[in-house]
Design a protein around this ligand. Structure first.
Ligand code: ZN
Length: 231
């Protein structure tokens, strides 16, 4: 039987607090709010998340994680409050709009200029001033949109990696391309069976060193697999 893993106070030094989800205690990152699986409740896995996802924070002292943990606990406590609910709806809307921008391959800046402003105009003209001011809580700056898109793409990558780990075997296809600044990029696609369904997924794109021999491509993808614990 698998060993039951419990949260320990010492895990805060990796930036994790406990959260009960589906009746099970799991680790939650105070930096990106991500809830990891119960199997990840051990120092090596938590430290790996910290080093790979938040490398710039890995040398932060404990008090900085404590502050973030307190903020996270406070925001959990009033999760039933009106402010939280409004806040939640506005964050969700901002993610939804960012997803549409990414799918349409449009610049991040159009959210503010060509989505938010016209939406305010429409609300004001068709519904009224109050409806227009409701949109003021929407955060749609270029930076916000960019970070929402990065978060969603990280999440998709994590899901594909999780599915790959449980798929055995899987097929890998590599391609090489050159971007607008003439840098070589390695692109990886995977094919595997998940829950009885054949899936084709884009896995990652990684910049290659200037000389691109077969060995370089192999090295690059091998490092990616090792970093993500894919065997
Ligand atoms: Zn994190």
């Amino acid at each position: 039987m698998a060993k039951k893993r419990n949260y320990s106070e010492s895990f805060l030094k990796y930036g994790f607090v406990p959260i009960v989800s589906d009746g099970i205690e799991k680790p939650q990152c105070v930096l990106c709010m991500k809830v990891l699986s119960v199997e990840s409740m051990k120092p090596t896995k938590l430290n790996r998340h910290l080093e790979t996802k938040h490398n710039d924070c890995k040398d932060k002292d404990l008090s900085s994680f404590e502050r973030k943990a307190n903020f996270l606990k406070r925001s959990r406590m009033d999760s039933s409050g009106v402010f939280q609910q409004q806040n939640r709806a506005s964050v969700e809307a901002s993610f939804q709009i960012s997803l549409r921008i990414a799918k349409a391959k449009k610049p991040h800046t159009i959210a503010e200029e060509l989505i938010l402003q016209p939406a305010k105009d429409i609300n004001r003209m068709l519904i009224g001033k109050e409806a227009e001011s409701k949109l003021n809580i929407l955060s749609l700056s270029g930076n916000t949109v960019q970070s929402r898109i990065s978060l969603m793409s990280e999440d998709i990558k994590d899901q594909v990696i999780d599915q790959l780990k449980s798929a055995d075997p899987f097929a890998l296809q590599l391609d090489e391309s050159t971007d607008v600044s003439s840098c070589s990029q390695l692109i990886a696609f995977v094919r595997y069976i998940h829950n009885g369904v054949m899936k084709d997924e884009f896995l990652c794109v990684i910049a290659l060193p200037s000389r691109t021999r077969v060995e370089d491509s192999y090295q690059t993808i091998d490092t990616f697999f090792r970093e993500n614990d894919i065997k």
